[in-house]
Design a protein around this ligand. Sequence first.
Ligand SMILES: Cc1cc2nc3c(=O)[nH]c(=O)nc-3n(C[C@H](O)[C@H](O)[C@H](O)COP(=O)(O)OP(=O)(O)OC[C@H]3O[C@@H](n4cnc5c(N)ncnc54)[C@H](O)[C@@H]3O)c2cc1C
Length: 243
Amino acid sequence: MVGASAARPMAVASLQNVGRRTLATSRPSLISKARPAARATFDRTTLRQSFRRSYADDVINPAVKAKAKRGSWFALKWLWRLTYLSAIAGTGWVAYGIYESRHPADQADPDSNKKTLVILGTGWGSVSLLKKLDTENYNVVIISPRNYFLFTPLLPSCTTGTIEHRSIMEPVRNFLRHKKAAVTFYEADATKIDYEKKIVYINDGSDVKGATSSNEVPFDMLVVGVGAENATFGRSGRSHDDT
Ligand SMILES: Cc1cc2nc3c(=O)[nH]c(=O)nc-3n(C[C@H](O)[C@H](O)[C@H](O)COP(=O)(O)OP(=O)(O)OC[C@H]3O[C@@H](n4cnc5c(N)ncnc54)[C@H](O)[C@@H]3O)c2cc1C
């Protein structure tokens, strides 16, 4: 038993040696990698000559230098041309836009063969529809006590004096005069709608009135965009009419 236990460590040591030897002999590349690499040596004379040669080439061949210079000058010239051409085109485009807005094309008159579309109100809903509407397809009539569109999100800035009221009001005429066909506008309140007879009753409640202040407007299609009124719960001084 004692002899066997003493022989076991020796067997283990010899096995380890075998393992090491096998690795070392089977992969000689590992040995070479483990050795430090030889220091790189430069032939100073060759290096110096190569520098001199490239410098000398430049001096001898100035055409290369000139070509590179010409290339960058060419790019700069075209960049400048593009800049001023874009500036001219931009100015022309803005000028044309201004001219077009001031000189709208002639509009087609209402046609009795077309259906009549009546739009009530000139708020967000009605104006959004108006902007997209092709007025050539219908005889369009707008009825509203306000002849302008009000940009409500900026109303609080008017109360603090940051913005003037007129800056957030856009006359509906600005949209209407650029439509292909003419649009009729009544500055009045719609007081009643008769869906059976397809008639809207209107009344001009403003201070400036014409000879007739009430009228009836027939329609084939009706868009109601009169918004909503706040509930004042009977408290005085809260509604628009109280001011
Ligand atoms: C101060 C303020 C800030 C707001 N800010 C925002 C915001 O930041 N974002 C947002 O999404 N919403 C905002 N809103 C809400 C938004 O303005 C309304 O939701 C929107 O105006 C509703 O659009 P509308 O077309 O239904 O009605 P309105 O825009 O109120 O338009 C109603 C139109 O109908 C006309 N009219 C009224 N009575 C008659 C009648 N009898 N006959 C014919 N025409 C009539 C009116 O003159 C008006 O032209 C704000 C509202 C206010 C007051």
